[in-house]
Design a protein around this ligand. Structure first.
Ligand code: GLN
Length: 489
C-alpha cells in the first residue's frame, strides 16, 4: 500500500507544506486506491476523477505562488450522497432521485471548497439515510473493509467504509439517529455528530429535520477537529443554525483529561441484547481514561429506555412530511401515466424502496388526527424527559461514556428482513439526537480481534472541544486507529 494512504489530514498537510508531497500526488494516490479496492468495498457511488485531478494541480499552483487557502488546501474528501451541489448528481441512495442534480450547493460543500478541499466522490448510503447497514441503498450494498462479508453500518456506511479502506482520508456524513457514529464504530474510524445547529443543514437532503446534523468522519480525532472548524458556524440559509462563534477546535487537543469527570450510565451496560464482548472493550476504554487521570462517576439516564420508541415516532412523522415533495414533478424519477394522480402514485410506488415506504406509512399514521396525542405528542414529551436526563447528568460530569453500537458488524443480508433488529442498532445513539447533543465515536478495540468497536462520548451542547479533547487523549494512549484492514483479495 502506498504510504501516503496511511497519513492523517494533518500529516498530509504538513508534507505538502514541507514540499515532500504535492496535492496531485495525494489525489492520485487516493484515486489509485479507489481503483484498487472499491470494486470489493463498494463505498463509492461516483468518483470525480478528472475534476479532482484538475483541482489538485490548481492547488499546487496556488501554493507555489504563496496563495494557499489554509491547512486543508489541496486535500481530498468524500461526501455522503445526500449533500447537494450543482457540481454532481445527488441520489441519496434512492431510485426516486435518479438523475437529480441540485441547482444550489450545500453550505458545507461551499465551505470545504473555500478551504481548498477537493471532493473526490460521493459515497453510498441507505435510502434517504434510513437504515443502519447501507443495505437500503437502491444501488448496491457496501462491504465492511474489515470483513467484506459484513455490513459497514449505516446510513453513512459508504463514508465510513471509504475512510476505513483508505479510499479517502476523510468524509462527511449525516446523523439523524446514529448514522455517523454507528458506521464509524463498525468500520473502526472516528466520527462525530455535532450539536444540533452547530453545522448548517442547508443542502442536506432532509430526513427528519429536528434531528438531522452533518458531521465529520476520519481516521484521527484531530482530523475531525480540523474539519469541524471548517464546516461549523451560523448560516443565514438555515434558521436552525446557531449564531455562536466557532472555536479553534484543534487548539483544545492537549492530551489532558485529568480535569474531567466521565459519567458512566451503568444501567445502560445491562441493555438486553448488547454484545458482552463490545461492552467489555468499552469498559476497558473507560478504564484507560481513568488511568489518564479522568475521574469516573455514576450517572442515570432513566428515560433512555424509551429513546428508540420516541425516535422512531418522531423521525417517521418528520420523514412522511419531508418526503411528500417527491411526487415526480420537480425531482428525479417520474413514472409514465395517463393521469396526474396515477403519475404521483406510480412514481412514489416505483421510486421509493421498502424501508422508506414503511416509514412514510408509519409517520403518516402517527400524525393522523385520532392518533396524534397517543403517539406523536407522547414522543415529544419523552424527548423533553431525555433532554432533562442529560441536563441533570451533566450537573455531575463533563462527558458521558458508553458504547456506540450494541455489537459489531453482522453478516450482509442477515437482518434485512428484520426492521426491529435494525432499529435496535440505534439504542445508544438516538438519545443524543433527541437531546441535540454533540457525540463522538472513537475506535476502542476489536471484537474477536476482527470487528471494530467504538467508544461513544457525549457532552453538553456546543462543547465539542471537550468531546474532541477526550477522544484525542484516548487515541494518543491507544493504537487502534493505526490498524488498517488488510483487504487482501
Ligand atoms: N438507523 C437510524 C435510522 O434508520 C439512524 C439513521 C440516521 O441517523 N440517518 O433512522
Amino acid at each position: 500500500m502506498n504510504e501516503v494512504l496511511a497519513l492523517s489530514l494533518s500529516e498530509l498537510s504538513e508534507r505538502i507544506d514541507r514540499g515532500d508531497l504535492s496535492s496531485r500526488d495525494i489525489v492520485e494516490a487516493f484515486l489509485g486506491r479507489i481503483d484498487e479496492v472499491d470494486d470489493r468495498v463498494r463505498a463509492m457511488v461516483r468518483t470525480h476523477r478528472e475534476p479532482a485531478l484538475r483541482e489538485a494541480s490548481a492547488a499546487d499552483d496556488a501554493r507555489r505562488k504563496g496563495n494557499a487557502k489554509g491547512p486543508l488546501h489541496g486535500l481530498p474528501i468524500v461526501l455522503k450522497d445526500n449533500l447537494v451541489s450543482p457540481d454532481f448528481e445527488t441520489h441519496c441512495g434512492s431510485r426516486i432521485l435518479q438523475g437529480f442534480r441540485a441547482p444550489y450547493e450545500a453550505t458545507v460543500v461551499t465551505k470545504l471548497k473555500a478551504a481548498g478541499m477537493i471532493v473526490l466522490g460521493n459515497t453510498n448510503m441507505d435510502e434517504f439515510a434510513m437504515g443502519s447497514s447501507t443495505e437500503n441503498s437502491s444501488l448496491h450494498p457496501t462491504s465492511n473493509p474489515w470483513d467484506l462479508g459484513r455490513v459497514p453500518g449505516g446510513s453513512s456506511g459508504g463514508s465510513a467504509a471509504a475512510v476505513a479502506a483508505r479510499e479517502a482520508p476523510a468524509a462527511l456524513g449525516s446523523d439523524t439517529g446514529g448514522s455517523i457514529r454507528q458506521p464509524a464504530s463498525l468500520c473502526g474510524i472516528a466520527g462525530m455528530k455535532p450539536t444540533y445547529g452547530r453545522v448548517s443543514r442547508y443542502g442536506l437532503v432532509a430526513f427528519a429535520s429536528s434531528l438531522d446534523q452533518i458531521g465529520p468522519m476520519g481516521n484521527r480525532v484531530s482530523d475531525l477537529a480540523l474539519l469541524l472548524e471548517v464546516i461549523a458556524g451560523h448560516d443565514a440559509k438555515d434558521s436552525t443554525s446557531l449564531e455562536k462563534e466557532v472555536p479553534h477546535y484543534k487548539g483544545a487537543l492537549d492530551g489532558s483529561v485529568d480535569d474531567l469527570r466521565i459519567g458512566v450510565p451503568r444501567k445502560l451496560f445491562e441493555t438486553p441484547g448488547a454484545d458482552p464482548r463490545t461492552l467489555a472493550l468499552v469498559r476497558e476504554a473507560i478504564e484507560e481514561l481513568e488511568r489518564a487521570g479522568a475521574k469516573t462517576v455514576d450517572v442515570e439516564l432513566p428515560h433512555s429506555a424509551y429513546g428508540i420508541a420516541a425516535y422512531y415516532l418522531i423521525c417517521t412523522a418528520e420523514a412522511s412530511s419531508n418526503l411528500s415533495r417527491y411526487d415526480g414533478v420537480k425531482f428525479g424519477y417520474r413514472a409514465e401515466a395517463e393521469t396526474l394522480d396515477e403519475m404521483y402514485r406510480r412514481t412514489r410506488s416505483e421510486g421509493f424502496g421498502r424501508e422508506v415506504k414503511r416509514r412514510i406509512l408509519l409517520g403518516t399514521y402517527v400524525l393522523s388526527a385520532g392518533y396524534y396525542d397517543a403517539y406523536y405528542r407522547k414522543a415529544q414529551r419523552i424527548r423533553t424527559l431525555v433532554r432533562e436526563d442529560f441536563r441533570r447528568a451533566f450537573e455531575g460530569c463533563d462527558v458521558i461514556a458508553m458504547p456506540t453500537a450494541p455489537g459489531p458488524a453482522w453478516p450482509l443480508g442477515e437482518r434485512v428482513e428484520d426492521p426491529l433488529q435494525m432499529y435496535l442498532q440505534d439504542t445508544f445513539t438516538v438519545t443524543a439526537n433527541l437531546a441535540g447533543l454533540p457525540a463522538l465515536s472513537v475506535p476502542c478495540g476489536f471484537v474477536e480481534d476482527r470487528w471494530p468497536a467504538g467508544l461513544h462520548l457525549i457532552t453538553r451542547p456546543l462543547d465539542e472541544s471537550t468531546l474532541l479533547r477526550v477522544g484525542d487523549a484516548y487515541e494518543r494512549r491507544t493504537e487502534w486507529h493505526q490498524r488498517m484492514p488488510s483487504l487482501s483479495a
